[in-house]
Design a protein around this ligand. Structure first.
Ligand code: CP
Length: 312
């Protein structure tokens, strides 16, 4: 398969054009249809993918591990602390050695600079399975789930409640490239910072999308087609739990909040969720919820990324 994505790393949404991102999403649709018909063409026969994690994972690990196997390849799961990477061996040396064994590397690493150093030295595609500030694979599944539910992304508005988490950064970036309006609704201290908002706004100028941040829930919900939320604290923020719980409580996603949005609104969450905090059980299990389709779509979007980047 010859594409402009072939042989490239998948590190950051903003490394790709609208056309390249749409190619990944369209390839996702084809792969999902094939798998629903029980067809699993061996697009990556005998290709080996290394899966490096410095944190636990359910969706990312399973979708990549199973995904490469469905494509005819092999997965090596390298769990936290299992290989030398920056300790006892330089990132550069590890990248060079892994490139002699593997055809691709998927890495979840809580240090974007170190992940980039690995990608710069590697001679095979490196796929970002989440850093401390972005989660590009998640954003693909988030938007693909919208495509599936709505048929088209035209005129759609995404509303993200809560903290500027990794999925928020990557989803806002993807929306800004694809022309989807995006609203971040949270108390001001938790708004997306300029390192991310400036390139997002630059993309919006080209795509015609809007990117806004507000703490006004009533204004934000008007006409929203997709409501998203994420956990209120993350690794290293445990000492802020009480202040975050208080700040985000008015922004938790409830059925009343969804009732103020577009009548066909869907609810998404990257998962894992803290039921009863950022979102109620009624919303998680209710008629607007797309969370389990979204989780399933991780395997289809990630297979598309692997096929397009790793194909011979
Ligand atoms: N959403 C997500 O990346 O889930 P995992 O942490 O389970 O991989």
């Amino acid at each position: 398969m010859k594409t402009s994505v072939k042989g490239r790393n998948f590190m950051h949404i903003n490394d790709f054009t609208r056309e390249e991102l749409m190619l990944i999403l369209e390839t996702t649709r084809e792969l999902k249809l094939e798998s629903q018909r029980g067809l699993f063409p061996r697009y990556l026969e005998h290709k080996a993918l290394g899966l490096i994690f410095d944190q636990p994972s359910t969706r990312t690990r399973i979708s990549f591990e199973l995904g490469i196997q469905q494509l005819g390849g092999y997965a090596l799961y390298l769990k936290p602390g299992e290989i030398h990477l920056g300790k006892k061996e330089s990132i550069y040396d590890t990248a060079k050695v892994l490139s002699r064994y593997l055809d691709g590397i998927m890495i979840r690493w809580n240090n974007r600079k170190e992940m980039q150093a690995l990608a710069d030295a590697a001679e095979v595609p490196v796929i970002n399975g989440m850093t401390e500030d972005n989660h590009p694979c998640q954003a693909l599944a988030d938007v693909y789930t919208m495509m599936e539910r709505f048929g088209s992304l035209e005129g759609k508005k995404v509303l993200f409640f809560g903290d500027r988490t990794q999925p928020a950064h990557s989803l806002a970036m993807l929306c800004s490239i694809l022309g989807i309006d995006y609203v971040q609704c949270a108390p001001k201290p938790y708004h997306i910072l300029s390192e991310w908002s400036e390139p997002i706004l630059e993309n919006c100028r080209r795509s015609g999308a809007s990117f806004t941040q507000t703490d006004d829930i009533e204004k934000a919900t008007r006409g929203a087609h997709m409501v998203y939320t994420d956990v209120w604290w993350w690794i290293g923020q445990e000492h802020e739990v009480e202040e975050r719980r208080k700040a985000f409580w008015p922004y938790r996603v409830t059925e009343d909040l969804l009732a103020a949005c577009d009548k066909d609104v869907i609810f998404e969450h990257c998962l894992p969720a803290t039921r009863g905090l950022e979102v109620t059980d009624e919303v998680m299990d209710g008629p607007h919820s797309a969370i389990f389709d979204q989780a399933e779509n991780r395997i289809h979007t990630e297979k598309a990324v692997m096929v397009l980047t790793m194909s011979p």
